[in-house]
Design a protein around this ligand. Structure first.
Ligand SMILES: NC(=O)c1ccc[n+]([C@@H]2O[C@H](COP(=O)([O-])OP(=O)(O)OC[C@H]3O[C@@H](n4cnc5c(N)ncnc54)[C@H](OP(=O)(O)O)[C@@H]3O)[C@@H](O)[C@H]2O)c1
Length: 429
């Protein structure tokens, strides 16, 4: 076997320690596949004195990340420390000194990925980030390589395990949002501050990474329209079920008339859709292409070992190119993406109205829908004495028209309250 390949690692926490353990345990097989051993030579952490269950000598550790970045022997830098700074500067410096980089950092890549892609390109080094989207689920490489000949039309995913766990508990155990969140926190599925998960920021960062690869365009997390799941109620979940849907936090990116539409929001999806069966804290990505049809990638979106497998896969890819003397699929030189404004996207919608139970109400409500160019697909009325609830699902409508409809309904004297509204992801394309 040829010589070894030197790896430096920034971070040795949940993911980093799993990378170290798996690289050690599978070192023989990985070495045979690559044609050289992968050896972790230097690791930066915050606290070098911390006890760590990793098969690495104490001398490997440093609390100065630039020691690793400046080490001329390191060929591949694995970044699993997270955060924006100093991580961004460290990765740019590593690329400038000719190191290939592997990162799991969705926050950084989702917001400043372009700068890193450009720097990798300028320095002719590889930059891989499979673990930044859906942890252990391979999706970046399939999009970049296996589907290189495809024109992807839509990528739709469940990209956040915490929110999927919460929605699963709400659907299967009739929990309200707060109770399900508390349970996710107890089980360690939710961060101390769950905002990034429950408000959809985490999914938006991952969606922007997916969209930039799928549509070969420069887009960032800030371009993604975003709504979280905090307003989803038990009534929405129950109504979805009786209408044949499941509520999921969907991340959707599609190519429409040369523009990229990207959104993260709770949505009702048909119970028969493959994404509807993705339960608990699992992730899945559903890809639609004009030649290949429909594909689904499903698995563990987080956790040390699954995420480490993606990180190691990226490092192995680079290592093979180092051994063979070639260069892998590097950064993509893509143009800025034209982002489609949310108000021109098209979707079906669900609305729950509390209305007075008296003659003429239905006609008044139906007329308001028609006035706003939103056509009703189905309507269910539940009586409650002098009040009634109307559960409506629309045909495809333009977002701007639907928002105008909501504003008008809120002012109708026959409508007591718009109890809820939600987008419906259906087959009505
Ligand atoms: N956990 C997952 O399931 C998962 C899944 C997909 C992607 N990711 C991504 O992977 C990355 C790492 O996540 P993680 O869960 O492994 O995080 P973590 O457990 O908090 O580990 C972070 C590591 O980075 C070190 N570190 C932090 N700041 C540092 C600095 N300024 N200089 C040197 N070392 C520093 C920490 O050192 P100490 O150990 O001394 O504190 C720790 O070892 C993040 O970008 C995350 O978004 C994680």
């Amino acid at each position: 076997m040829a010589d070894s390949i030197s790896i430096g690692m920034l971070g040795c926490g949940i993911v980093g320690s799993a990378v170290a353990r798996i690289l050690d345990a599978h070192s023989e097989e990985i070495g045979e596949r690559v044609g050289a051993r992968l050896e972790i030579r230097r690791v930066a952490v915050r606290n070098v004195g911390k006890e760590r269950d990793v098969p690495l000598a104490k001398e490997v550790f440093t609390d100065d990340a630039s020691d690793v970045v400046k080490d001329p022997d390191i060929q591949i830098l694995i970044e699993v420390m997270g955060g924006i700074e100093p991580t961004r500067t460290l990765l740019l410096d590593a690329m400038r000194s000719g190191k290939h980089v592997v990162s799991a950092n969705k926050e950084l890549i989702g917001s400043l990925g372009r700068e890193l892609f450009d720097e990798a390109q300028a320095n002719r080094v590889e930059f891989n980030f499979e673990a930044s989207v859906a942890g252990g689920v391979p999706i970046i490489r399939p999009l970049k390589e296996s589907l290189a000949g495809e024109r992807v039309e839509r990528v739709m995913g469940i990209l956040n395990g915490t929110t999927n766990y919460i929605l699963t508990k709400m659907a299967e155990e009739a929990m309200e949002f707060d109770e399900a969140l508390a349970q996710a926190e107890r089980l360690g599925y939710a961060e101390l501050d769950p905002t990034a998960d429950i408000e959809g920021f985490d999914a938006a960062a991952k969606l922007s990474i997916l969209a930039s690869i799928a549509f070969n365009a420069r887009v960032v997390a800030g371009d993604v329209y975003r709504e979280g799941i905090t307003r989803v109620t038990q009534a929405d979940i129950t109504n979805a079920r009786s209408l044949g849907y499941v509520v999921k936090l969907l991340a959707i990116a599609e190519s429409v008339d040369g523009e990229i539409a990207m959104r993260v929001h709770p949505a009702m999806i048909l119970q028969t859709h493959p994404l509807a069966s993705v339960r608990d804290n699992l992730n899945a990505i559903f890809v639609e292409g004009n030649q290949v049809g429909e594909l689904m990638f499903y698995g563990r979106g987080a956790g040390g070992p699954p995420t480490a497998i993606s990180v190691i896969g990226d490092a192995v890819d680079v290592a093979r190119h180092i051994v063979s003397g070639g260069r892998g699929v590097g950064s993509i030189d893509s143009p800025p993406g034209r982002v489609r404004p949310m108000d021109s996207t098209v979707s079906q919608y669900y609305v729950l109205l509390e209305v007075a139970d008296k003659p003429g109400v239905l006609a008044r409500v139906a007329q308001t829908f028609a006035d706003n160019d939103v056509s009703i697909k189905s309507m269910l009325q539940e009586g409650m004495g002098r009040e009634a609830r109307l559960i409506l699902v629309t045909h495809n409508a333009v977002e701007r028209n639907f928002q105008a409809l909501l504003a008008e309904l809120a002012n109708l004297e026959v409508v007591d309250a718009i109890a809820s509204s939600m987008r419906v992801q259906s087959a009505e394309d």
